[in-house]
Write a protein that binds this ligand. Structure first.
Ligand code: GAP
Length: 435
């Protein structure tokens, strides 16, 4: 199969209704994207798969949904107001702006190619600013959160106390974050508004290295179990000069994107940095009392922090396949059934009422279990190809024999093999396949 290019994926995403440019009818808002009917399902399924693994199937992790807008002191205490910056340089020749640390040659403007035209770097804070209430004054300044993590730290004691949790335990959260990135790009890879899936795992200080290793392995398992190609994933430890201000050790889970290896998720050892900062700034006691050892201390934290939108993008790229079938190119999204936007397509062979009616009946039954689509347009071959292209694992064809034998044909997306299944056993058959 030829290498998947960024253009191939963006074109498919637009053509099939996964992702649209935001404000498209007004010429588009750069780096903002809307998730269409297919994209919203894929994104929801990625988040659902994460929540299931990280919260539902575990006895030691609970969920949270904290506000996007928090008191400004949160971001002062966390260090974001002071150091959540990127080095911004501007070209005196063409006025383009760049992140110095991402330039191949720090003396050459990548837009106009001129040498020696870039300004000295200045630290540009990535947090979006807005104001609470009608007055635009400094006292009313609030930030759109740049990470979901701080919402967890400031609720540490609320959650621990209300659920009477004992170490080690985790608090997980999925939600929108905002960063005024200097150079957003590569479609939905780096955007100014995005979704994160973060979990803070609180433990005894001396256990932090063990949990760090544990979460590194668990997170790799998650991608692999959802069908991501092993050869497209790697773990890369951060160099000392890459570490965030809060981290005493970070590894990135990286994916081999069309432009090269790039970050999917960071797993960081945040030590007790955040709890100590918030305790000092708020005056609240955020220590933990261990009744068994009779000790009081600040728990340490291991944080697996993934991007929901970025991960969704990676699953889309990874699933994209081109195959030669009867001298034609078949495009298939080989998405794991749990991630596929629609699990089943119902395709009546003709638009005649005698086939539409049983097809609608079957569709109504299947809808109670899964997201499905009924497609009555075009030839059956073209409809199969369209379902392949959006990753629907199974297509149920209702034909004229159905009227006699009360059975339907079920086609498998990946093998294209077909089974004849009695209508009465269809839900069980599909349930077995999709399990
Ligand atoms: N709480 C730690 C934290 O936020 P991060 O490495 O800055 O760490 C975690 O972000 C993940 O969020 C990244 O690995 C990436 O998947 C996603 N992410 C960060 N910035 C993003 C952006 N501008 N657009 C899309 N996803 C982004």
């Amino acid at each position: 199969m030829p290498e998947v290019t960024l253009d191939t994926i963006t074109n498919l995403a637009k053509k099939r209704g996964f992702v649209f440019q935001a404000s498209e009818i007004y010429g588009g808002l750069r780096s903002s994207y809307d998730y269409g009917p297919l994209g919203v399902e894929l994104l929801r399924n990625v988040k659902e798969a994460w929540w299931r693994t990280m919260v539902q199937e575990r006895s030691d992790i609970v969920g949270l949904d904290s506000a996007v807008l928090q008191a400004r002191q949160v971001w002062q205490a966390s260090g974001h107001e002071e150091v959540f910056t990127d080095p911004l340089v501007e070209c005196r020749n063409c006025n383009s702006r760049h992140r110095l640390d991402k330039l191949e040659d720090p003396n050459t403007c990548p837009t106009c190619g001129q040498q020696g035209t870039l300004t000295d770097p200045r630290n540009f804070n990535l947090m979006f600013r807005t104001h609470m209430g009608p007055v635009d004054s400094d006292e009313n300044l609030v930030y759109l959160r740049p990470e979901t993590a701080q919402g967890i730290f400031i609720n540490f004691e609320n959650v621990r106390r209300t659920l009477r949790l004992k170490l080690p335990f985790g608090i997980a959260q999925i939600g929108k974050s905002f960063r005024n990135e200097i150079t957003p790009g590569q479609f939905v890879f780096r955007t100014r508004e995005f979704e994160q899936m973060e979990m803070e795992y609180f433990c005894r200080p001396e256990e932090a290295p063990t949990w760090f290793q544990y979460w590194r392995e668990e997170r790799m398992k998650w991608y692999l179990e959802l069908g991501m190609t092993e050869g497209n994933l790697r773990v890369r430890p951060h160099e000392a000069d890459e570490l965030s201000h809060y981290s005493s050790g970070t590894v990135d889970v990286e994916y081999s994107f069309p432009w090269g290896w790039d970050e999917l998720e960071g797993i960081a050892n945040r030590s007790s940095f955040d709890l100590e900062q918030h305790a000092a700034a708020s005056g609240e006691d955020l220590t933990y009392f261990d009744q068994d050892s009779n000790e009081r201390f600040f728990p340490h934290v291991i944080e697996p922090a993934a991007g929901a939108t970025r991960t969704t993008f990676a699953f889309l790229i990874d699933a994209y396949t081109e195959e030669e079938v009867n001298d034609e190119t078949r495009v298939v999204l080989k998405l794991h059934p749990r991630l596929a936007p629609y699990k089943v397509a119902v395709l009546p062979l003709s638009k005649k009422t005698e086939l539409i009616e049983p097809a609608e009946k079957i569709a109504a039954e299947l809808r109670r279990h899964w997201m499905i689509e009924v497609d009555t347009t075009q030839s059956i071959g073209r409809r199969y190809r369209r379902q392949d292209e959006i990753g629907t694992p199974y297509a149920v064809t209702v034909d004229f024999d159905t009227l006699q034998d009360e059975a339907v044909t079920v086609r498998d997306r990946d093998t294209m093999s077909q089974d004849r299944i009695p209508m009465t056993g269809l839900v069980d058959y599909l349930r077995g396949k999709l399990a």
